[in-house]
Design a binder for this molecule. Sequence first.
Ligand code: ZN
Length: 99
Amino acid sequence: MRNGWVYSDDALGTFVRQGATHLQFWCVTPNCLNRDTVPIAALTARYGPRVPLVMLARKARCRCCGRRGCHVQPAPPPVRGQPGYQEWVRRHGARDDPP
Ligand SMILES: [Zn+2]
């Protein structure tokens, strides 16, 4: 399908369409295991929506130990009461069920 909004399964743009707002970067050095959560908007501004997660995983450098390469996965969407939840509901049209 030729469509500018359709990216490969692991492209940043695909996760955005599925409702993801942040990516989690996990260092895999045994004594470090630092985790960072990064807004996807900042990454698409720099690399574009077509970049696959595996490329980001290869490029990423740990802020703590300096190791290059880490595990990357989409962060779960915010839940009620967390920062960004109302905005997420507005943007993605999720039902805001009363508790
Ligand atoms: Zn590290």
